[in-house]
Ligand binder design. Structure first.
Ligand SMILES: C[S@@+](CC[C@H](N)C(=O)[O-])C[C@H]1O[C@@H](n2cnc3c(N)ncnc32)[C@H](O)[C@@H]1O
Length: 238
């Protein structure tokens, strides 16, 4: 009940209106998350109010109606326990979502959530982004790539921009250190065919820190040299 109330209250503060069906799905997702978290490490955040704000509402904070077009193809790179991809899919069931992660246990959890919540049209991929980004099935076919808490922006751009089609967006959900990360990543974003479109500051209900959503537009194809081999983007950022 606490989760449900907090979710509704925070969504309202954030000017997002949720239907009863969506609220039920978010609540069920929360229950399965807490249950599985006892067996495998999915999240350090377990307090109902915190899960509602720091996972569910934070995930929705990158939602922009003008960018998330009807039926858009979206990939969540390093999705972990499904953030931000799954809350976005619950909010906008028309999205064609790919949940992508290098840890298979988390993919198994996500499959169970999708099945129990009866959410169709989700593709689950167990792979590293450095490999997926080279694969023709995934390369430059997405309208949107989203990612949260996976790597610094310079590294993350190499992991995410190869998935995005020209004209699409890579959306990075960033914490309070975002200014420094953005400064460091200018060269990488350009080299990968991207351009910063806008940066939106976010303050979550009840939290003091300022976060940022960085919207990067794909303006040119990514050179076939990127992404480099697994581990290289992190070891030697562009
Ligand atoms: C700290 S968790 C964040 C999970 C989720 N995005 C969130 O915000 O709660 C980072 C996730 O990224 C995945 N990951 C890290 N490097 C990756 C890579 N190169 N390719 C695919 N997934 C990766 C990890 O397995 C992990 O699940």
């Amino acid at each position: 009940m606490i989760f449900r109330e907090m979710l509704i209250k925070s969504a309202e503060e954030y000017s997002l209106s949720l239907t009863e069906e969506q609220i039920v799905r978010f609540s069920h997702y929360f229950e399965i998350l807490i249950d599985w978290n006892q067996k495998i490490n999915l999240t350090a955040i377990t307090d109902p109010k915190e899960v509602a704000v720091k996972h569910m509402i934070d995930s929705l904070s990158c939602y922009d109606e003008a960018i998330f077009k009807n039926g858009a193809k979206i990939i969540d790179v390093g999705t972990g326990a499904g953030f931000p991809g799954l809350p976005l899919k619950i909010f906008r069931p028309d999205l064609k979502l790919t949940l992508f992660d290098s840890l298979n246990k988390r993919i198994l959890f996500l499959k169970e959530v999708a099945e129990k919540l009866e959410i169709p049209d989700i593709e689950f991929v167990h792979s590293r982004a450095e490999e997926g980004g080279k694969n023709r099935k995934f390369r430059e076919v997405y309208d949107i790539a989203v990612s949260r808490a996976v790597a610094r922006l310079s590294i993350l751009s190499e992991l995410c921009l190869p998935f995005v089609a020209v004209g699409g967006f890579f959306i990075a959900l960033k914490g309070s250190q975002y200014s420094q990360e953005i400064k460091e990543s200018t060269r990488a974003i350009k080299a990968l065919g991207g351009e910063i479109d806008k940066i939106e500051n976010i303050k979550l209900p009840g939290l003091d820190d300022i976060r940022a959503i960085v919207y990067i537009r794909k303006i040119k194809k990514t050179l076939s040299t990127y992404p480099r081999r697994p581990g290289i983007p992190e070891k030697n950022p562009l």
